[in-house]
Design a protein around this ligand. Sequence first.
Ligand SMILES: Nc1ncnc2c1ncn2[C@@H]1O[C@H](COP(=O)(O)OP(=O)(O)O)[C@@H](O)[C@H]1O
Ligand SMILES: [Mg+2]
Length: 252
Amino acid sequence: MMLRSALDEGVVGSGPAHVEVVDLTVRYGEVTALRPVSVTIEPGTALAVLGPNGAGKTSFANALSGVIRSEATAINIDGVDFRSYPSYARARLGVGHLPDARAIFPSLSVEENLKMGFHTDRSTSKANIAAAYELFPNLDRRKRVAAGKLSGGEQQMLALARLLVRPPKLLIADELSHGLAPGVVANLFKLLEGLKGRSTIIIVEQFVTRALALADTVLVLSHGDVMHQGEAASFSADQAAEFYSLQPARQS
Ligand SMILES: Nc1ncnc2c1ncn2[C@@H]1O[C@H](COP(=O)(O)OP(=O)(O)O)[C@@H](O)[C@H]1O
Ligand SMILES: [Mg+2]
């Protein structure tokens, strides 16, 4: 079987992923949420995916982690064809998708969760766990508490802290800052900055300026269409805002 051979042969190496997506399309019944998108992400770089509500950002993220069905000419990760792999296999091969309720183990303590690392690898780094506690002191205070007993915000911090211990090859971060206190958002971006180079990152964010500061490349979507694609350095939050104003008026 394809998956077994990819795992056995170690075709998908360790370290940040090279990602090649060709003509990725997402449909929900009659609704086309994402028209053919092609993007290449170099290992250890970050792609910011921007656009108004309903642009297709989450559809793009979910299609790559395999939690929804999609069509594509290619979804290659380190040259391996991922299209037929279900989401759990993609996760095993190093695709970390957050927020994801499965990202933590509720019955294990905070510290045990950190020691589990991101994959099933048992080797842990004390330094990385210490770094995680430094970034999220709440977790340090509650290290013996079962993860399932933490507040929603703390569970999210724990899922993030685990990234530091065992960085995924490809981190797909969809609106990670959503619902976090401003001080925690600042730490979140510090964490992502620290992960760059160790993980390839796809970041979907409402904080456009922060996302652009982190990103190397940018993809702007609106109504499922690619509005802009290129280097993040030559793209401004003001330009992004112009695309956001294309959003149709919504009730409320
Ligand atoms: N499960 C679904 N079933 C039907 N339509 C969906 C579903 N999920 C998203 N959509 C539609 O697809 C479009 C893109 O949604 P989404 O990818 O969530 O955009 P974004 O994350 O940019 O807000 C929207 O029009 C949305 O209503
Ligand atoms: Mg979304």
